[in-house]
Design a protein around this ligand. Structure first.
Ligand code: NAD
Length: 453
């Protein structure tokens, strides 16, 4: 097997040969990728079933479908996105033209997590190819079936000097991060995001960090409660809560707490029956370490629904915890599992103040029918992105840049913003040689008065 240094050097040579620049080449690679995914859809589903017990419905909606949508958008727009953009030229540069020319960074490193192990590699890969880069992919070792599937797919479709997969754990990731990549795209936890940023700083490599955190869902008293309940339950039980943008905790106006909780319980039952652990399609917790971490979170507060666990699968029922306080361990770190602590509130301003005192979330969801309060939330709270009267869905739009802010991430992707994440935007001013004004020169007597105009 080739060393990592050799592989990265081969990619640099391939990139500098100019092979990845033609738009037809990029479109062709994207079309191959699309064809492979369509043909091997059943294999993708199988790997996701083995790694996380995802149903075909969930695997299509949250992994395959999103990947195909990203490819479709990229194929349609690559030519338009790559075109130099003419911009106005100031009078002081009379005779010149100016434009912004997107160009690929060069060699890109993509490191992925285990929770959506297919689409969280494919979507950035699509963006990197669309922008004209060579790519090294490091999938998560915690979803081994999907990791191996992605390696097989890439080996079948691309030459290693263009796209290659290096499987492995922290050690492999560390070795890769020491390489002089031209850009790094990392999806994962906040602590590892800091390690990635430190490694990138050594080479001053531009990075995109797609991280996590605690994303609140707020339900106000004027909201459509039956709909809110269904959409919150769906957002939390999808992938058993192992979703970076899952509603992490619920803040509900005290007047509507009871019907909302009843609605969430009913929605869970409707989706996964009376005993979700026996349902063949209820997603599993990725491993025992995460299962143990989650079980410890159930020590405080009152379990008002769910709570059953199976350490063999391993899996945990969708669980609602009431009476949680802001100081409980469950309110410290991202839960990343099917447990929803519920805190009632009386005044929206208190909620705003509390969320403001926490790290900026990746997502925020607000259920209301009041335009005024919607604006209040949007204008007073910083967060990566989110929904009014829904959960998760902002992620699924190729027209909305997806990313965090501050501790929940840096940069964004999906659609055009993915192309931008993997491109440098070169600013060019082309001056005429037909004439030359003397103002700029040190010898010019009139220079300053003209410059001041
Ligand atoms: P993680 O940070 O543990 O691992 C992510 C990747 O980094 C893996 O490929 C892993 O091998 C590698 N890695 C782990 N430790 C490392 C180290 N010390 N040095 C270098 N590389 C290392 O994250 P995870 O557990 O796979 O995923 C869960 C986290 O990811 C959650 O916090 C979740 O919110 C976040 N996430 C964010 C998004 C997003 O789009 N913002 C999407 C999915 C998951």
């Amino acid at each position: 097997m080739k060393s990592i240094d050799t592989l990265v050097n081969e990619q640099k040579t391939f990139f500098h040969s100019g092979n990845t620049r033609p738009i037809d080449f990029r479109r062709e690679q994207l079309a191959h990728l699309r064809e492979w995914i369509r043909t091997h859809e059943a294999h993708v589903m199988e790997a996701l079933k083995k790694d996380l017990n995802k149903s075909t419905h969930e695997a299509y909606a949250t992994e395959v479908g999103i990947s195909l949508k990203e490819i479709r958008t990229a194929i349609r727009n690559v030519s338009h996105w790559s075109r130099p953009q003419r911009v106005p030229t100031s009078m002081i540069h009379f005779g010149a033209k100016s434009w912004i020319q997107p160009e690929p960074y060069g060699t890109a490193l993509i490191i992925g997590p285990w929770n959506y192990p297919f689409q969280l590699i494919i979507a950035p890969l699509v963006a990197a190819i669309t922008a004209g880069n060579c790519v090294v992919i490091k999938p998560s070792e915690l979803a081994p079936h999907t990791s191996t599937l992605i390696r097989g797919m890439v080996e079948e479709l691309f030459e290693p000097a263009f796209v290659t997969v290096i499987e492995g754990d922290v050690q492999t990731s560390t070795e890769l991060l020491a390489q002089p990549f031209d850009t790094i795209f990392f999806t994962g936890s906040v602590p590892v995001g800091k390690i990635v940023m430190e490694a990138a700083a050594k080479n001053l490599t531009p990075i995109t960090l797609e991280l996590g955190g605690k994303s609140p869902v707020i339900v106000d008293r004027d909201a459509n409660i039956p709909l809110a309940a269904k959409r919150i339950a769906w957002g939390k039980i999808t992938n058993a809560g192992q979703t970076c943008i899952a509603p992490d905790y619920l803040l509900v106006h005290r007047e509507v707490e009871k019907p909302l909780i009843q609605g969430i319980q009913a929605a869970i039952k409707e989706n996964f029956g009376e005993h979700p652990l026996n349902h063949p399609d209820y997603p599993h917790i990725i491993n025992r370490r995460h299962f143990d971490r989650l079980s410890l979170l159930l020590g405080k507060g009152e379990i008002i629904a769910g709570g059953a666990m199976n350490s063999e699968l391993p899996a945990i029922e969708p669980t609602l915890v009431s009476g949680a306080s802001w100081n409980d361990p469950i309110m410290e770190d991202e839960i990343f599992g099917p447990i929803l602590p519920i805190i009632p509130f009386d005044d929206l301003d208190d909620v705003i103040e509390k969320i403001r005192s926490k790290p900026k979330p990746l997502a925020l969801y607000y259920f209301t029918n009041s335009k005024k309060n919607e604006q209040k939330i949007l204008q007073s709270l910083p967060f990566g992105g989110g929904c009014i009267n829904d959960t998760l869905m902002h992620f699924a739009s190729p027209y909305l840049p997806f990313g965090g802010v501050g501790p929940s991430g840096m940069g964004s992707y999906h659609g055009k913003s993915g192309f931008d994440a993997f491109s440098h935007h070169k600013s060019i001013l082309k001056q005429t040689t037909r004439f030359d004004f003397p103002f700029r020169y040190h010898s010019s007597k009139v220079g300053l008065s003209v410059l001041r105009k």
